[in-house]
Design a protein around this ligand. Structure first.
Ligand SMILES: Cc1cc2nc3c(=O)[nH]c(=O)nc-3n(C[C@H](O)[C@H](O)[C@H](O)COP(=O)(O)OP(=O)(O)OC[C@H]3O[C@@H](n4cnc5c(N)ncnc54)[C@H](O)[C@@H]3O)c2cc1C
Length: 465
């Protein structure tokens, strides 16, 4: 087969899987030699202006496990994944001219800050002093494609700017469109691997996670007790099988949802968030389940939830960085900040046992169900009058399933920023009565132990009596 390019780079970003990955397929088909890369941006581990990091230690661990799993999977088809850590724009603009790279293959990023990567590369090309470097970079072909969502833009008969903000309008529209089946990657005529020289050793990230040890924990029957999320498609698919084969049977009889892990219908968001499982894989797994077990309310509800998730992705694409600055946050409390309240909230030391329990669960495991997320968000915005942007930054650091579109979507709803959302603050007592009737969730996560009044100090820092 004639290939279009002698040398290309396949850059893995938020599509950390070898299955249903269009970009991987395109790169394999188009290049004679391929440098397979993933660059961990070191800036995400540095404290930012919200006094948090973009990635905390639980998600970092999950991320590294995912990279290692992908490395093993790709090695099985003779592709060598190089994982580097540093500044992605600087590293790419050094590697591309040095290795005469002709094409870059990358998934379209949903996260506005990740989209900066391509813009940063373009700026570097324009500013390049060295003529040879400018020449190679200027001729670089970039192949970017949507690799994450259920639908392609080409399936919509409207432009992105006209995408409905209202999730129900969106769902009504897409229900008439078929989701394309997952894409099976064929590893025929795999390109030769291009290797990085010794000068890149200083950037190489050594992944030393021990899968065998963790798998035994993961597959034990009490995995829910350990709350152990293991990154990578291999483990994500195991989790999916577990839900389809065991959990779904219980779910059919499930009444009011409680707050702990057990109340998740599917618990796949950690793997969806970094693309180690695609939304389409999940969608088709649910359809297959329905084919063999018959229609059920649970599956219908989950398919609807996935459409909701899909909508969040498109909203993030539509607004881009503007999502963070939607002009409708006119309520004073969406712009205010009280340092002491924010600290009490993030440490789980509020007057509300339920809030403390949710925060303790989050800080220890990196995961919360939707109800628990709403409890925390509502406490910060409605009770503590702290701007939702601080809460969103904290969630970004802590969530093992952090997803830019969905998290901001959730916050915008809770802080009533988008015009379509009505006021709906959360009543902790009725939530506790309904979802934790015997108090076991609050006990499990020690919600009573750190109950504290808010505002212990006055405006000049003097303790209040
Ligand atoms: C303030 C706030 C922040 C949030 N941040 C995130 C985030 O960073 N990452 C994230 O994945 N979700 C986020 N959500 C959405 C939602 O809370 C999670 O998708 C849900 O908690 C996943 O838990 P589960 O696996 O128990 O879902 P299940 O009830 O088992 O649902 C199954 C699937 O449906 C989808 N889904 C469920 N609820 C929602 C929802 N409200 N919006 C969109 N999709 C949904 C998910 O894909 C999930 O895997 C946020 C919600 C709020 C209110």
């Amino acid at each position: 087969m004639v290939k279009l390019f002698k040398k290309g780079i396949l850059l893995f970003t938020n599509d950390l899987r070898a299955f249903d990955n269009k970009v991987l397929d395109q790169a394999i088909k188009s290049c004679e030699s391929l440098l397979v890369l993933s660059i961990v941006d070191e800036q995400q581990f540095v404290l930012n202006s919200f006094d948090v990091r973009r990635m905390g230690h639980i998600r970092r661990r999950f991320y590294y496990q995912t990279l290692q799993d992908l490395q093993i999977e790709l090695a099985g088809v003779h592709l060598n994944l190089n994982v580097l850590i540093g500044n992605p724009i600087q590293l790419l603009s050094k590697i591309i001219p040095e290795y005469d790279i002709e094409a870059l293959f990358i998934s379209r990023a949903i996260d506005p800050s990740a989209r900066e990567l391509l813009r940063g590369l373009e700026r570097t090309i324009q500013l390049a002093q060295n003529a040879e470097m400018r020449g190679t970079l200027a001729h670089l072909k970039i192949f970017e494609c949507m690799n994450y969502s259920l639908f392609d833009q080409s399936q919509f008969d409207f432009e992105l700017k006209d995408l409905p903000d209202n999730v129900y309008d969106f769902i009504q529209y897409v229900e008439a469109i078929a989701v394309k089946p997952p894409f099976y990657n064929h590893f025929k005529s795999v390109p030769t691997n291009a290797f990085l020289g010794p000068e890149y050793e200083q950037y190489r990230l050594r992944l030393d996670f021990e899968p065998a040890k963790e798998i035994s924990l993961f597959s034990s029957s009490d995995r829910q007790l350990h709350h152990s999320f293991i990154g990578g498609s291999t483990f994500g698919l195991q989790q999916l099988q577990f839900y389809l084969q065991e959990k779904f049977q219980e779910r059919q009889f499930f009444g009011a949802r409680i707050l702990g892990f057990d109340s998740s219908d599917l618990l796949m968001t950690p793997w969806l968030a970094n693309g180690s499982i695609s939304l389409r894989t999940l969608w088709y797994a649910l359809l297959e389940y329905e084919d063999s077990h018959g229609q059920s309310g649970l599956i219908t509800r989950l398919l609807q939830s996935l459409l909701r998730y899909e909508h969040c992705q498109w909203i993030a694409l539509k607004y881009g960085a503007g999502l963070y600055e939607l002009k409708r946050d006119t309520d004073a409390h969406t712009r205010t900040f009280y340092a002491e309240r924010f600290v009490a909230w993030r440490n789980g030391c509020t007057p509300y046992p339920l809030v403390n329990a949710c925060m303790n669960q989050l800080n220890e495991t990196g995961f919360l169900t939707n109800i628990a997320k709403r409890v925390l968000a509502s406490c910060l915005v409605d009770q503590f009058q702290v701007s939702w942007k601080y809460g969103a930054a904290y969630f970004q650091m802590q969530f093992v399933d952090y997803d830019p579109g969905t998290t901001w979507g959730g916050w915008l709803e809770l802080a009533r920023v988008l015009p379509t959302y009505k006021r709906s603050s959360v009543d902790f007592d009725s939530i506790a009565r309904l979802h934790d009737p015997d108090g076991s969730y609050i006990r499990r996560w020690r919600g009573e132990e750190t109950v504290m009044p808010v505002d212990n100090h006055d405006m000049v820092g003097w303790p209040l009596g």
